[in-house]
Design a protein. Sequence first.
Length: 485
Amino acid sequence: MKLAGKIKIFLVITGLFISFTPVFSAEFAAVQKGMVLSLNDCIEIALKNSPNIKKSKYNYRLSKTDVNLAKSDFFPTITLGTGLNYNDSKSRIRNYENSYYNAQASVNQLIWNFGKTNARIKMQKFNMISSQFSFDNTVLSTIYTVKNNYYGVLAAKASLDVNRANVQINERNYQRTKAYFDEGIRSKIDLVNAEVYLSDSKIALVQAENQYKNAMVQLNNSMYIAYAPEYEIKNTETFNFKRNEIPVNLEKISEKSNMTTLPKEVSDATLTSSVEKLNVMENFKFDPFPYTFEKSVEIAIDNRPDLKAYENTLKAMKQSLLYIKRQYYPTLSGTAGYTLRDSQYSTNSFNMGLTLNTSFNIMGLKNEIEAGKIQVDIAQNDIDLLKQNIYFEVQSAYINMIQLEKQIPLLAVSVKQTLENLELADGRYSVGIGDYIELQDAKVNYNNAQQAYVEGVYNYNVARAALEQAIALKPNVKINIEDKN
């Protein structure tokens, strides 16, 4: 990821103003102001920007290089050399001086080594396939993180709407209670309680705003986009708001608002008795998960890239063991060379030959074979362990999702029931039959029921995403491991 910054500093009459404009490279997927992103859009941005994805691609390219290095044993080795030699020899009988220039070239070609090179090539190919599946596993992990944070923003926005409506309910109730108090219908304690509940609702709203902003930070982080402008995200089928787009904005994060003041009085507050309603989710319908638990386990065993990576690692270990065992066999190679010697008696020569040789340490090779067998056993044990873990991971995720799937309709009923109870309590209080505690309990129950509904929908979506990751459902996104970016 390439990131540069342009800093512009302007001196103005009111003081010092600093403008920071981030500049991203073409390889980096950035978000433009006003864009409306779907879940798949966010996933594609994350896959393009993720350093982990890029690292997996680099590891794959390295593994391809290792395959080519193993194949290079079948290519000839060329040796070139040249030199100038001078010899000056003196004795009591005579002096001898000689100098000459020589140049030589030779080619050594492996003819056959009884399958040692083939075993090494296969080993590196299995390692390359393993790196491909490791890449797929990184993709799945990235997708799950984006999904989790995407649903987190939707849930935080729903919670924010619930708390904002709760403030409005308490503001209206304060206005009405004050009007009743001024007319002598209600006591001072009711007015004080109305102020307390209003303050508490504003505190809850500030906390909800903080959670919403943190959820946006997490989503931006999972897409690896810093300095993100204001953009919107769409609802999903399983997380459907009344509004189709949810604004995501951190540009005005430093802005502060005063929430300590009481609401302005309304002249007709005594005539207001209707309950503020907020249907957070609208027509929450979704297709049930299409697979049974047994089918989900079967799909996981067939699809899990980490399991396939382990299986190919086992194959690579077996080829490595085969390569070690074949060290006992000799190597047959051919050589051809040409030598030119320019001296007092110029000479040149050409030679060819075949060589069959082997060299190994008996004790060392024996222990290498034993170590290779242990590596095969370890790889097989890792596969068996992962299969067990996959089964329990799918089982746990499936149970969580089904349980939450059953809870959502019950939570929706609870919202309707608490709303009806609030309307009754509000009506009783308006005509002077009910007391203030009854009304506040009804409001708290209604607010808590909505929050529980939002949390249940969020937990369901996260649980379903976790199950989809556990069985490695193929995502509806395009990404190629061969891409250089």
